[in-house]
Design a protein around this ligand. Sequence first.
Ligand SMILES: *Cc1c(COP(=O)(O)O)cnc(C)c1O
Length: 439
Amino acid sequence: MNDLRYVNGEAYLDGISLKSIADQFGTPCYVYSRSTLAANYQAFDSAFLEPANSGLSHQICYAVKANSNLAILNLLQRLGSGFDLVSGGELERVLAAGGDPQKVIFSGVGKQDAEIETALGKNISCFNVESEAELARIQRIAQHTGKVAPIALRVNPDIDALTHPYISTGLKDNKFGLALTALADLRSTLKKMKNLKLIGLACHIGSQLVNPEPFDAALRCLHRLALEFLAAGFPLQHLNVGGGLGVRYRNENPPSRQDYVTLIQSRLSDLKLKIILEPGRSLVAEAGLLLTRVEYIKETAEKNFAVIDAAMNDLLRPALYHAWHDIIPVTASPAEVKTYDVVGPICESADCLGRDRRLRLQANDLLGILTAGAYGFCMSSNYNSRPRPAEVLIDGSKVQLIRRRETIKELYALEKIPGKYPLLPSLLPFLHAFRGGRG
Ligand SMILES: *Cc1c(COP(=O)(O)O)cnc(C)c1O
């Protein structure tokens, strides 16, 4: 999908020299491709327009947490995307990026009063409810503000997504969703909640799914539940199939977007309900890379290390999930091929972005860490007082800075050293006692 090519040993993304980006914006630096992002979005969207799938109305609601840069959100908004959020902060971002509240879905297990109030005030399209307590909370707030809140129930179908345990969300011991066994009681509870309107059912079983079986099981579960709710007199408008479609980081073979949509269609189309999708990773992962420079080559008796200027604080996935990202040369190097552990400067042994990589390297060479557009920058931190990287977007022949690099001063701008004076009053009684003792 990505237009990544070499000319005279130098890497070009969408026709732009990555070295020129490093020269202009410094490293580490996230580089995104607008054309890849748009192509990914359109691949989902157009799959619904295929003759076999026609008639099925749909809305893509991009999962903001995967990459929440305003420029990325704005781009997706212009392509017609809605947004799936998990916090009031994400709602503010979406609005700041020009997103349409009428296409916003609010998910997440811990929605706070103020977040619910704001989202209700903005007339978002739906709250995806994850617990009975949340149902009661939204009812209370909606009643208080004289509104009717549109809701969907996020169900937990107890399906093993066959992915990393940290990103598996549809098993009954995960914190997400409503247990299937609780739904019958919830239906009678819902009938009494006059400020809630049930408009959909939702399901999201995990992330980086590469096997169609769990998706299929979840879709069949949604279908069965939809029939139950319709029979019980709830006029559902939509079914939300969540996100989770995997991408190829190394040698995975996830279903294509077309096959995924065809599967959805084959399981759900007879219900004639609108289909909502919440892809995150599958829209943005391949559209981004992390550009980094080799600081040192360090060769020990055991291993060769390439110490780069990017680290686990910039891209957490390898440290957190043992995730693999391809690492490619950006500039030609005359060095011989060796096997390297590509490590960052952070004082943690987990700070390794790639193990046992065959590369030609010397200090100052540039590398690209691929498929880093999702859960990359948005999971970055300032650990070790490292300013977070710049982000740039390749847009045709232009390279736009979409987030400048942080400065060190910004890292401690909110901190304060307490004044020395408050200590004095607490010492006064002792001084008095001392004086008094001497008469
Ligand atoms: C994280 C999340 C998504 C997106 O998941 P991806 O694997 O990035 O597609 C969609 N829906 C919900 C509710 C989520 O929590």
